[in-house]
Design a protein around this ligand. Structure first.
Ligand code: GDP
Ligand code: IMO
Ligand code: MG
Length: 469
């Protein structure tokens, strides 16, 4: 069928069993586009539009998105990343093996699922080749199931060095030092290099040479070593050659897939409060981590999105600098002693605190959360009582939304409510009814505060350790 980018009237003739239907689906049929057979009868040519789902982190990243994506991938056809880069670290535990995905969507471990790296992602091609090789060594098939946007921007070695240099200076953010900020900076300044450049070696080398001359001046002024054009050119072209089979116009691919009735899961990276616009600026990442980023970062328009799932931990964590109003040293110590809450990308200790309903309520608003998945509930098994932050106090005034200013946010005092803990291990619960009553009440209350319908509770890191409501 010829590609028809915007049509809602294309059709598929595939059989879909009722059991496979997600809760929300739409059926559109336009009589003028329904072809007829020789006898004039209608073919059953309808276009089924199945649920396209945006998944976002509702806190400061590391909410357990990788695990939830892996679970949801069972019911989707395509998983697409729309923003961020290899600053992300999404953990999936499957058959006792731990996989940490940085650039490749977390759906890659499932058979017959297509994974797409969209135009909004910034790609370090060398890191991506390393990730592909690493997954292959673990037995993961990566072939026609991976697609990379030709419009995605590249992260280059000078981006990483600039990121490192900025982190040595006052006003550090606590970045992952993967060059993400400088790469998005070049994109916004319209001086970035893209995957399409890398696919044209002569064009790439010419552009790279100019960029290296410019960035070496900056690096030298900062006291850092200059980089060699020859080395970078060689390594990047070699990586580009390996990535070439996966590179395509992913916008066209996604639209064609939707027109064939395929379902797409949009995998968010980072979290709402790391969003460049809505997060705790300047302690944020450099992309739109909230639901809108799924559209701009993939070329799939808003009216094709059916639901937004927000993932949140049963408590709060943050890695890197910036305010975490409910931070609690004792809670952090308990998690670290249990070997939990170390960064998946950098191995840094995550800062930990109580669940912050002021933040998650705001995240619910910005993302238009329909459903929430609560992870790491088992982390609170031995905590009693449990605190929930329901408001902030700033200079004697009560706030119900986080202030925009970073200093004001840092000065906010949390207002807590205390609820009873359950003092038992919940790791074996597979049905909601198997959770202790205090745990059920807790998660219901959190989802109510966040403004979404509770759809999943995770009680352990593995695929099966999940309660689907
Ligand atoms: P992401 O970046 O949002 O995908 O999250 P990370 O993978 O960086 O961090 C989440 C951590 O929590 C990982 O170590 C997961 O394996 C782990 N995890 C996810 N859900 C659960 C859960 O319900 N219980 C436990 N114990 N660990 C979980
Ligand atoms: P996932 O997808 C948690 C944080 C960094 C730093 C800030 C800016 O695994 O949830 P950057 O390197 O992006 O310029 O760093 O953002 N950060 C994350 N924190 N999870 C992530 O990703 C993160 N990606 C970036 O620690 O505070
Ligand atoms: Mg992570």
């Amino acid at each position: 069928m010829p590609f028809n980018g915007s049509s809602r009237r294309l059709f598929i003739g595939r059989k879909i069993s009722c059991a496979a239907m997600p809760l929300t689906y739409y059926l559109w049929a336009s009589p003028d586009c329904v072809p007829k057979d020789a006898s004039g009868k209608f073919f059953a040519h309808f276009r089924f539009h199945m649920a396209n789902t945006i998944l976002v982190g509702m806190q400061w990243g590391d909410e357990g998105k990788g695990k939830i994506i892996d679970v949801l991938t069972a019911r989707t056809d395509i998983v697409v990343r729309s923003q961020g880069g290899n600053n992300a670290g999404h953990t999936v535990i499957h058959r006792g093996l731990k996989y940490v995905l940085h650039l490749i969507p977390s759906g890659i471990l499932r058979h017959r699922k297509i994974c797409v790296i969209g135009n909004g992602v910034v790609i370090d091609p060398v890191a991506l080749v390393t990730e592909i090789d690493g997954l292959r060594r673990l037995g993961v098939n990566i072939d026609k199931n991976l697609l990379i946007s030709d419009c995605a921007h590249l992260v280059l070695p000078y981006h990483r060095l600039l990121d490192e240099q900025r982190e040595l200076r006052r006003g550090r953010i606590g970045t992952t030092k993967r060059g993400i900020g400088p790469a998005y900076g070049d994109k916004a300044a319209r001086t970035g290099l893209r995957v399409s450049d890398l696919m044209q070696p002569i064009v790439f080398s010419k552009k790279l040479q100019a960029k290296i001359v410019e960035n070496n001046r900056i690096l030298q002024a900062l006291g850092a070593k200059p980089i060699s054009f020859r080395d970078v050119n060689e390594t990047y072209l070699a990586a580009g050659k390996k990535l070439r089979p996966y590179v395509t116009n992913t916008v066209v691919y996604l639209h064609r897939a939707m027109d064939r009735g395929k379902q797409i899961l949009f995998e968010g990276a980072q979290g709402t409060f790391l969003d460049i616009d809505h997060g705790t600026y300047p302690y944020v990442t450099s992309s739109n981590t909230t639901a809108g980023g799924a559209c701009t970062g993939t070329g799939v328009p808003p009216h094709r999105m059916d639901r937004v799932v927000g993932v949140m931990k049963a408590y709060s964590t943050r890695v890197g600098d910036g305010a975490l109003p409910t931070e609690d040293a004792q809670l952090a110590q308990m998690f670290h002693n249990l070997g939990r809450e170390f960064g998946a990308t950098t191995g840094r200790k995550r800062r930990c605190g109580w669940f912050d309903a002021v933040a998650t309520r705001y995240a619910g608003m910005i993302n238009g959360i329909d459903e929430v998945a609560i992870t790491n509930l088992d982390g609170l098994d031995q905590v009693d009582p449990i605190r929930i932050c329901v408001g902030y106090q700033l200079h004697g005034k009560r706030l119900d939304v986080p202030p925009c200013d970073a200093t004001q946010l840092a000065n906010c005092e949390p207002v807590y409510e205390e609820v009873a803990g359950w003092n038992t291990s919940i790791n074996r619960a597979r049905k909601f009814s198997q959770l202790p009553s205090a745990a059920r009440k807790y998660v219901r209350y959190l989802s109510e505060l966040a403004g979404g319908k509770l759809s999943m509770v995770s009680v352990g890191p593995a695929r099966g350790e999940t309660i689907v409501l």
